[in-house]
Design a protein. Structure first.
Lengths: 585, 174
């Protein structure tokens, strides 16, 4: 609270520096000109100019997910803010800490339908964890600090701070310092110890336990992933992960059953269905995981660890709810397990593992390979094989390629896998890769894409060109919006309404137009060479990998089905009819 | 929700008290949560309740099955400016009151009838002209409804209700 006065814009920049921000993803405009002016006069924070505000938010998400730090976005009022809405909603659904600063028209013009005015706090109220409209420059410093606290604590999420242009110019000497203590918001991180004891007792008495883990483990931080490994090893129970949680537990470990859910493995879904005790760690019983709710794991007792109380008993009733941070709760669980169960012993899992091994032998990810045409699964297998020893990060767009990537790429560590899970945002992967590459300039960053999704934020080729970002875009090009087409095959008599990708660009020429390198490959025999060329070429590379056009993603729990009623590759009985399935998403 | 649980659990009315920071947009957050997630609002009242005006108390009467009510409370508690949420229906005995203003236009015999009804409901006359009255009546929702219903036959013009305000009985605060 010194006497020195700063402009609102300076206060914002100083606060960001105080909070350790190194990078901002943004796009300038009229209502943020004072802020951009303040950015111009400093060298601590790097600004990355995107080509569309949606991409700024996805880039911030990619940055956040690959570093564990919050991502920061700066956009202008009106269209700048509304363009950011999809990214904010994406961050909301996947619980990614993002702080989005939006310009606003001057306070006295708010409500007058001024040029580039939008009711940003009104529009973003439902797609943010919290949002602020700053109406007094004296509150600005505190609000910026509070926004970071809210975005990163508890269940993380996006926070919008809407800052009128005059507030950026007005001067104030009120600077926040010290820890933020919010009047009404203070998330609990420690779980209730009685519940944790009950959970340990329940788990120790199980004959057929399973760990079901999600993005909450990754959000909780590296310690949580470490503790998860410890407790899973110690108990000897099988473990499966959601799409969001991949990497929290090493894919190569023999206790890992692969991803569960709609396109999860046979063994993971079967084990989830048949288990007697389920330990849900930082996951939320999403509909992609549960399938038909009344048939979801009917005979199990369920333990649910989640930092968000509203996730507990939302769709599935659980027996032992534990509200708390994953790392804190797992630490307590481990202590109690070591102190009690290690001596008294647990049930034998031999029969359970024998059953699981039988399911595993089904080899649910198999597919018919071909010498003439590249199968998308084969492309991902080769990509996995050729990149496995690299310092590699993967992002994806949304659709079949995303599910195949989740099935065939193997993640050994957290924060290496960035994908749009909850919202399913096509166009997520490329800008997310931009954010990842900014955070990890020397790493190999690959966006596994489809030819339809990639076009949704293809303008970011300008960003990668400007900052010389060596992102690799690996397009599985089947000339269809593959997942929609698969559902049309399944539920709509193979009437492929509007799902053929007509008018595709020449992706090689497109790469070249931006001064990058393009590779086209359509023969299985040439695939390895193409992937190696992609990795060895400096700078951005687009690989236009032409794959089998009508391949389907299996296993699949069709909508309306129970999670143990999977369509398998060899059956391809796509016409199974599940009551009400066609009306579900 | 579990399909198997359907039909086993009855939807019922719950009176929730929500203490919030009295800041811009907080009411929009609360009612937006109800509309966005498909919950019902039967009654809604809101006003600052401390001397400085820094905290407001929102009273919502909503209808749902026990799991839905649980979920509503958890979702409300998740909102950043919400201090605490109390379920008065769940917490035991509580007092609920509502206030209504009822305008009646009447002359002659009907006037006498209106006044008799008002007396029976302990309504106060807060405005009168040669051919009209405005009555103020407080009480439980059922009483308010009954009073308005009876006034229909004696020249009801219009009525306005505040919605429910409620507190738990005894010395404890929420």
């Amino acid at each position: 609270m010194s006497g020195k006065e700063y402009s609102g814009a300076e206060i914002i920049i100083n606060s960001l520096v105080d909070l350790g921000v190194e990078v901002i993803f943004g796009y300038p405009g009229g209502a943020v000109l004072p802020l951009y002016d303040a950015l111009f006069n400093q060298e601590t924070i790097r600004h990355i100019l995107v080509r569309h505000e949606q991409a700024a938010v996805h880039a911030a998400e990619g940055y956040a997910r690959s570093t564990g730090k919050p991502g920061v976005v700066l956009v202008t009022s009106g269209p700048g803010a509304t363009n950011a809405v999809t990214g904010l909603t994406d961050a909301m659904l996947d619980s990614i800490p993002v702080i989005c600063l939006t310009g606003q028209v001057p306070v006295h013009l708010i409500g007058s339908d001024a040029f580039q005015e939008a009711d940003t706090v009104g529009i973003t109220r439902h797609c943010t964890k919290h949002n602020y409209l700053v109406k007094d420059v004296d509150n600005l410093s505190r609000i910026i600090h509070e926004a970071f606290y809210v975005a990163t604590s508890g269940r993380p999420g996006p926070v919008v701070v809407d800052i009128p242009k005059d507030i950026q110019i007005f001067k104030s000497s009120v600077i926040h310092s010290g820890v933020i203590k919010h009047r009404s918001y203070s998330p609990e991180v420690k779980g209730d110890i009685t519940s944790i004891k009950a959970a340990v007792t329940l788990l120790a008495g199980a004959k057929k336990p399973i760990f079901y883990t999600g993005g909450g483990v990754i959000n909780s931080g590296p310690a949580a992933a470490q503790l998860l490994r410890e407790i899973v090893h110690l108990t000897g129970a099988p473990i499966t992960s959601t799409l969001m949680g991949l990497g929290a537990y090493p894919a190569s470990d023999k206790q890992f059953l692969g991803m569960l859910g709609m396109h999860g493995t046979y063994e993971a879904n079967k084990a989830m269905h048949d288990c007697d005790v389920m330990v849900c760690v930082g996951a939320r019983f999403d509909d992609r995981v549960t399938g038909r709710l009344d048939a979801f794991s009917p005979n199990s007792k369920k333990i649910h660890i989640d930092i968000d109380r509203s996730s507990i008993n939302k769709t599935v009733r659980v027996d032992v709810p534990i509200v708390g941070d994953v790392a804190h709760v797992l630490e307590d669980m481990l202590k109690i397990w070591k102190a009690t169960i290690l001596e008294t012993g647990r049930q034998s899992y031999d029969d359970w593992w024998a059953k699981i091994e039988k399911w595993r032998r089904r080899d649910c990810l198999k597919y018919n390979n071909s010498d003439d045409v590249i199968m998308p699964q084969y492309a991902l297998e080769r990509l996995q094989e050729l990149t496995k020893d690299k310092d590699v990060y993967f992002t994806t767009e949304v659709g079949q390629h995303q599910m195949w990537a989740a099935q065939f790429l193997k993640f050994e560590e957290p924060n290496r896998w960035m994908t749009s899970g909850g919202l399913g945002t096509m166009g997520y992967g490329f800008p997310a890769a931009v954010g990842v590459q900014i955070a990890h300039p020397d790493a190999l960053v690959i966006d596994v894409a489809g030819e339809a999704s990639i076009q949704m934020n293809i303008q970011e080729l300008g960003t990668t060109a400007q900052y010389k970002l060596p992102v690799k875009i690996f397009i599985l090009n089947n000339e269809y919006m593959g997942m929609v087409r698969q559902w049309q095959e399944l539920n709509h008599g193979s009437r492929y309404s509007e799902t053929y990708s007509e008018g595709l660009p020449d992706f090689v020429a497109l790469a070249e137009a931006y001064g990058a390198h393009g590779i086209r490959v359509d023969k299985p025999a040439d695939l390895d060479a193409a992937i190696i060329e992609m990795m060895e070429t400096e700078g951005l590379v687009i690989v236009d990998c032409r794959v089998a056009k009508l391949a389907n993603c299996f296993p699949m729990v069709p909508s309306g089905a129970a999670h143990n009623e999977m369509i398998m590759f060899e059956e391809e009985d796509m016409q199974k009819d599940f009551e009400g399935g066609a009306a579900l998403v | 929700m579990y399909h198997t649980r359907k039909g086993l659990e009855q939807a019922s009315g719950h009176t929730l008290s929500i203490i919030v920071d009295n800041e811009a947009g907080v009411l929009a957050r609360v009612i937006g949560l109800f509309s966005g997630r498909g919950y019902n609002i039967e009654h809604l009242t809101v006003a600052p309740v401390d001397l400085e005006g820094s905290e407001s108390r929102i009273t919502v009467v909503t209808i749902g099955t026990p799991p839905v009510i649980e979920q509503i409370k958890a979702q409300l508690e998740r909102l950043v400016p919400v201090h605490r949420v109390g379920d008065l229906t769940e917490n035991g005995p509580h007092v609920e009151r509502e206030l209504a203003l009822i305008k009646v236009s009447c002359i002659g015999e009907q006037q006498q009838a209106a006044l008799r009804i008002a007396e029976a409901f302990r309504a106060k006359i807060v405005d009168s002209s040669l051919d009209s009255y405005i009555f103020e009546v407080t009480g439980k929702t059922e009483k308010i409804k009954a009073c308005i219903k009876l006034m229909e036959d004696v020249g009801l013009v219009e009525a306005v209700r505040t919605g429910v305000a409620a507190l738990t009985r005894g010395s404890q605060a929420l």
